[in-house]
Design a protein around this ligand. Sequence first.
Ligand SMILES: C[S@@+](CC[C@H](N)C(=O)[O-])C[C@H]1O[C@@H](n2cnc3c(N)ncnc32)[C@H](O)[C@@H]1O
Length: 272
Amino acid sequence: MTTTTPANRNGRTPDRDDWYLDDEFWRHFGSLMFNEETYAEAGEEMDALIGQLGFSTGHILDLGCGPGRHALPLASQGYPVTAIDTSPSLLAELESRRDELPIEIVRADMREFRRPAAFNLILIMWTSFGYFEAESDHDRVLECSVDNLSDDGRLVLDLVGVEYLARNLEPVHLTEYDDGRLLIERPVLVDDLQRLDNDWILIDGDRVFRTHISHRVWSAGEIRSLLLRHGLDVESIQGGFHGEPYDLDAERLIIIARKARAGSDFQQGPNA
Ligand SMILES: C[S@@+](CC[C@H](N)C(=O)[O-])C[C@H]1O[C@@H](n2cnc3c(N)ncnc32)[C@H](O)[C@@H]1O
């Protein structure tokens, strides 16, 4: 459990610890993240992942699905998908895009969503794992996920590793979008390099939106240990969905884990 309080993080005080539940945030900043380019990337990622896993049939759970960048292409290939998110605006966007596709859309919190043994594959994509201030909340997501996986079902986490962040973080980063909007990011690693705090300042014409977000980050070794403690056997740690190695240059930390078989060493529970 982290011991640093918001006030001693470089003097920056988050507006709220649960910023990720604030739909205002997703309405202001979501359109920067979810655009045609990132939708296309997600479709390619899913093609590569499904190929790598040799996944042919089964029910998929997309936790923190957002507007459905991954749920939509998976459902269009015929897989039944349950898409979970807490943001009404992002779920409405998914609803408007899905036509007749086999997607069950549920507004729910990933810390609480339980449907035992219902899913063959669970995805938590684009750093949607790591938002919580309390370590126990990340544990809850993993406990629910293990419970929700079928025997031998697999969990895929798509993160950014602290190894990459520590080497590549710029104190100030400016992005100018085609429509003229400007995003200023001021990221910093805090709490013994276990959290990434970030100021986001969006300038849209005469309007300025500012927010402070905070995110748990892990190294590859730490996340492996965390999954192991939850009864998940890590099959692969990789730097992308196209077989990239996980090394110091890897921009992504992708973990593919399998629910450990009953009776194996991994069935010891999270406190073992
Ligand atoms: C960076 S977005 C990623 C969305 C999607 N996975 C993608 O790759 O496009 C993170 C998503 O997690 C959702 N989220 C945040 N906290 C959540 C929670 N406790 N339970 C479910 N979803 C949550 C947000 O609403 C948002 O849609």
